[in-house]
Write a new protein. Structure first.
Length: 460
């Protein structure tokens, strides 16, 4: 009797266990079904939100009253939340070894910031936490192999790094909404040497409204350290155009060190290999400055065939033209090899035998090697009226041409000795500060700012 009860209890327990397992399985199935429904709703919601944002952006681009108002509202919203977020981040402590970089508003890993970054990585391995911000960070993930943190420009991560960095390095401008951080160094290397086109308060076009003046004051007040390529740049661009009264390191631009020091045949070989050029082929680099679409449509085009023919007549050999578009421009040329996507402009300058440009500051960089520079300026009158120059272009000592025929004529009549004398005079007049050691000197200064308690800077 007792054994039967035990068997019956065991059977009941087994049946109860099986029933519980079945119920749990059913519950898991219902949970899975519910999760799928929630995920489906989230996807639909996300899709609707994405569609809504895209529609708002499209509407804001319309040249209508509502479109203009919507653009202003979106800009105010973006600036507002970033400003408030940065104010909240001020409570965080500055990290002495953190440096945040950005080049050409997050478009590139290039120019002076890149050369400074590369030197820091090689000269002081493991000493710094280095962060780079990009518009499209996915394209620069390869930098993580060097130990560089890559973030989305103006994302929360980027803003957090900006507010906790000891040093910020850029080659354009800083964000107007960034609050002052005590003890932080904001270094602007700028992206052009010499002193040619007016900007800021020196450009009459930028002084039309009180609102613009306030904007420039906020913009330029974020910087507390510059590096300069010439005393003319220091006085005209930094002091007068930007009303800056702080410290300027007159040591030259880091990106120009390789042009001054030379001795880098590997760079020439690298450029030639990239474009598939023979060792005997000579390179003319065509690198005009930025123009709007309307300005491009009104400007006479450079005849590449005529240019190559004139170069072959004067210098001999076989020539090829590399075309480098301004990073903000949309100019497209035929009959050339496109060098716009090549990552380093300075390497292109190093490898080139002749430069054809106009009002671009790359003429200063190229002149440091005393190679021929020809200015092709068929729109000089209109461009000069719109932008203006610190010194008349006729006094720059480069070979100025205003038409295709004049360009070809002056190429064929190029006098190397007279040209070199003119460039040497140009460097004296502008008060060149190029030392060939700018990268090292700037990086030593950064090291001292970050590690003030250390008595000596480690030697490379």
């Amino acid at each position: 009797m007792e054994q039967e009860k035990q068997r019956e209890n065991a059977a009941n327990k087994e049946a109860l266990g099986e029933a519980i397992i079945i119920e749990l399985q059913n519950l898991n199935q219902r949970i899975d079904t519910l999760e799928r429904k929630i995920n489906s709703i989230n996807k639909k919601t996300d899709s609707l939100w994405v569609k809504f944002k895209k529609r708002v952006i499209r509407m804001s681009k319309r040249n209508t009253f509502f479109g203009r108002m919507l653009r202003r509202a979106l800009k105010a919203y973006q600036l507002g939340w970033r400003w408030l977020y940065c104010l909240w981040l001020k409570r965080l402590k500055v990290q002495d070894n953190k440096i945040v970089f950005m080049s050409h508003r997050g478009k590139q890993y290039s120019c002076n910031p890149m050369y400074i970054c590369e030197y820091l990585l090689s000269a002081y391995p493991g000493e710094f936490e280095i962060v780079w911000a990009f518009n499209k960070p996915g394209r620069f993930k390869y930098l993580e192999e060097k130990g560089i943190k890559v973030v989305k420009k103006e994302s929360r991560k980027h803003l957090r790094h900006l507010m906790t960095a000891k040093v910020i390095v850029t080659n354009v401008d800083f964000f107007t909404y960034l609050p002052h951080v005590k003890g932080q160094i904001a270094l602007d290397t700028w992206h052009g040497g010499g002193s040619y086109k007016t900007c800021g308060f020196a450009n009459a076009q930028n002084l039309l409204t009180a609102r613009q003046r306030r904007h420039f004051k906020r913009l330029y007040s974020k910087v507390n350290l510059y590096c300069s390529s010439s005393r003319a740049f220091t006085q005209q661009t930094i002091r007068e155009s930007r009303l800056f009264e702080g410290e300027v390191m007159e040591v030259g631009m880091p990106r120009n060190d390789i042009l001054i020091n030379g001795g880098r045949p590997d760079i020439t070989e690298k450029v030639r290999a990239y474009f598939g050029l023979e060792e005997s082929t000579k390179i003319v680099l065509y690198a005009p400055t930025y123009r709007s679409e309307q300005e491009m449509a009104e400007m006479a085009e450079l005849d590449i065939g005529g240019l190559i023919s004139a170069l072959e007549d004067r210098f001999g050999g076989e020539w090829v033209c590399l075309f480098r578009r301004h990073h903000l421009g949309k100019m497209v040329r035929e009959g050339v090899l496109s060098a716009t996507e090549y990552p380093d402009m300075q390497e292109l300058l190093y490898a080139a035998d002749v430069l054809v440009s106009d009002y671009s500051s790359c003429i200063w960089d190229f002149s440091l090697m005393y190679k021929p520079v020809f200015l092709f300026c068929p729109d000089l009158g209109k461009y000069g009226d719109a932008r203006d120059f610190y010194v008349p272009i006729e006094e720059w000592h480069f070979i100025l041409t205003k038409s295709q025929d004049e360009l070809e004529e002056k190429i064929r009549g190029f006098d190397e000795a007279a040209y070199r004398r003119g460039i040497e005079q140009h460097h004296r007049e502008l008060g060149s500060c190029e030392t060939g050691q700018a990268t090292e000197l700037v990086c030593e200064r950064i090291y001292k700012e970050c590690f003030a308690e250390r008595e000596e800077v480690p030697q490379r």
